[in-house]
Design a protein around this ligand. Sequence first.
Ligand code: KET
Length: 419
Amino acid sequence: MAPLSTTSFPAEAVPQAPEDPLFGLMRAYKADESPNKVDLGIGAYRDNNGKPWVLPVVKKADDVIRSDPDLNHEYLPIAGLASFTSKAAELSLGASSAALAEKRVASVQTISGTGAVHLGALFLAKFYKVDGANRTVYVSNPTWANHNQIFTNVGLPIATYPYFDKQTKGLDIQGMLKALADAPERSIVLLHACAHNPTGVDPSPEQWRDIAEVMKAKKHFPFFDTAYQGFASGDLDRDAGAIRYFVEQGFELVIAQSFSKNLGLYGERAGAFHYVAAPASDATATTTRVASQLAILQRSEISNPPIYGAKVASTVLNDPALFAEWQENLRTMSGRIIAMREALRSKLEEYGTPGTWNHITDQIGMFSFTGLSEAQVAKLRSDFHVYMTKNGRISMAGLNTSNIEYFAKAVDSVVRGTQ
Ligand code: KET
């Protein structure tokens, strides 16, 4: 007779959790044997052959690293590779940033953008509690799905602010501003620095000013997630505009920065977390205290971060010739994505597919929020082997000159069949 279960983790305590939707999609795509299958799921760049693209500048940096006779595999310091984090901060804040000059920035290398959001969440969970701080994190509706669980896992509750207007398929700026004005003072507000995921809709510079004004009036705490710098416009400085504006406005804020997409270093997990103190006579002392606690959190979680991706990024960021080449590579990626947006829109318009399709070219960055319903998404998958998230998001980089017509025809057929 089989013994009775003696586990300490019965189903009441450890219920079966659903598979992560995005990684589940990736698995299903890989298992699909159709020659026509199209992967528009995860936000990872693909070249025009549908293949992952190792950036030419990354190959060069890799050569530099591997030919260094002093190359070794020692531990990095707890805060990571300083030549990487200092340039990462500059990339985000601008080389001439007053915050950097005044030494009120603390930077820690993290396990990419996810690890940076997590470290920031953990820091806020532990320390954002004095003088009426509201620990609720306001995230856009919709947002990157992982934001929800990263914050709730460390005990910070989530609330949402309106963001996407279903009618215009653009920004619901009035709804957003009202929600931020109505939120309790000193709430934490998660902002996508550029190329909003999943909508591809960003505030204009004027709208960012309005957002900053409300946030300042309500003393909200900005938490920037920047995972697509260089992907929105192809211009690194322009894509950092919102963050730089908030820093100029004197906010105390944090930044979770990823190099997964803009350097194509997905699996290398290169990222950084930055704390920026508001200008004040004791700002450097505050920054030093914050850095000391971040080091404790980091040590207990990962001890010290992985070295290779940071070395690649550092090599590129510190060498003017490689940096220029990187900008060229970024323009290649963003340019191909923009070309695919134009091609998709014009095909759907050419077919007379019911609905309007201007949002495909109005939206920017890696994703388009197509407006396709969950039922239409399911049909695209079952009938056409097209893989995309249930909310109708497509990763534009999954489209190329060989599959765009197939995809556009599939969308046309599904939209006509389910009106
Ligand atoms: N922030 C945002 C907004 C984001 O879209 C991602 C990744 C990350 C952070 C984290 O990336 P990292 O590789 O940890 O630096 N987004 C894509 C992949 C994922 O969900 O993990 C995606 O949405 O497809």
